[in-house]
Ligand binder design. Structure first.
Ligand code: NAD
Length: 332
């Protein structure tokens, strides 16, 4: 089967080509799937898409008209896909339901450590041969309180590291994770978590129920000197409201691997273009804010697992098999 893979980064290309070799003919393109690029898929029964692909109704319609029938999404999150339209058009959509949760959990901690200990500022200073410590003071995390919002696979891996650091563990989720309880996590309501935590880390999926979960009220409920980490999905935070609170001098550190308007920016080199996103431009000016471009999953291990699962999804589709990775058509 011929497969067109959209949004393939240079590091990923050899992994994808190797995994598909001898099974399916894969063509990798760097461009992301969008209304402008969807026509490239014409004639490909199967395509594979990256996390920031635009799989809205109109794009799905274009793909279906061009003969695409199967979409293998290379991520766990699928908030970018209009599943109702896909079902109506008779498309098959699979995602990767599991890969290393350690990739994202460890990266969330990298952000937390970096903002707490001012690593980026310190590195910029030493490159400039400025060896002063003023403004670089952080805090011990041992003995402080972490609030984990979403204690699924990634939240649990994040919690294990917090446990290792000797932190007090608070959790909020619609279901309790026994492994987290065993580590000493106390499940509390969201308001108590936000009011008590020195560090809040987000690990819930983006759903209508979680959109702007961290809005103005939630931000105001947090401690003034808290650290906020988001390595899940940008839409969990109302970014305008966050900028408003940062302008008041609140929060010791904010680490964001995701941003609600990241599509069309993240994964691309925009360095020579005029900055059009005023919110992001303002956000990155705050000295305590660290923004990365959706790279938490980007380890050799996780990407290898994502690619292997994507090949398996294409094989299953070709053989008429359905597994738990298939989102549409719905089982039954
Ligand atoms: P998971 O399904 O194992 O865990 C999600 C948890 O959120 C579950 O415990 C679930 O009960 C909870 N939850 C769901 N809806 C909720 C709600 N309305 N209120 C409160 N809790 C709710 O998922 P995971 O593998 O841990 O991944 C979590 C998220 O991390 C993904 O949805 C994705 O958005 C994000 N992610 C980001 C990256 C990255 O590179 N930055 C990579 C992978 C995943």
């Amino acid at each position: 089967m011929d497969v067109l893979a959209f949004g393939v980064q240079a590091d990923e290309k050899p992994l994808i080509e190797k995994a598909f070799a001898g099974l399916h003919d894969v063509r990798c393109v760097e461009v992301f799937l969008s209304p402008d690029t969807a026509p490239i898929a014409a004639g490909y029964e199967t395509i594979s898409t990256s996390v920031n692909a635009n799989l809205s109704g109109p794009v799905l319609q274009t793909l279906a008209v061009g003969g695409t029938n199967m979409i293998a999404q290379r991520s766990t999150g699928f908030n970018n896909i209009d599943l109702e339209v896909a079902e109506r058009l008779g498309l098959t959509i699979a995602r990767v339901s599991f890969y290393s949760p350690y990739s994202v959990a460890e990266f969330a901690w990298a952000l937390a450590m970096a903002v707490n200990r001012r690593i980026v500022r310190a590195s910029a200073r030493t490159r400039d041969f400025d060896f002063r410590l003023d403004g670089l003071m952080g805090r011990d995390l041992h003995g402080r309180t972490v609030g984990v919002i979403g204690t699924g696979k990634i939240g649990e891996a994040f919690t294990r590291i917090a446990h290792g650091l000797g932190m007090n563990l608070l959790g909020w989720d619609i279901t309790e994770n026994p492994a987290c309880v065993e580590l000493g996590m106390r499940y509390v309501d969201k308001d108590e978590l936000l009011a008590s935590a020195d560090l809040v880390s987000l690990h819930v999926p983006l759903l209508p129920a979680t959109h702007h979960l961290i809005g103005r009220d939630a931000l105001r409920a947090m401690k003034d000197d808290a650290i906020l980490i988001n390595s899940s999905r940008g839409g969990l935070i109302d970014t305008e409201a966050l900028v408003g609170e940062l302008r008041k001098g609140r929060f010791t550190g904010v680490g964001l691997d995701v941003y609600e308007a990241e599509a069309g920016l993240f994964f691309l080199d925009k360095s020579l273009e005029p900055v059009e996103d005023d919110t992001l431009a303002r956000l990155v000016t705050f000295p305590q804010v660290l923004v990365t471009s959706h790279q938490a999953y980007y380890t050799e291990d996780a990407v290898g697992q994502i690619v292997a699962a994507t090949v398996q999804n294409v094989n299953d589709y070709a053989a008429g098999r359905r597994t738990g990775n298939f989102l549409v058509p719905k089982a039954g």
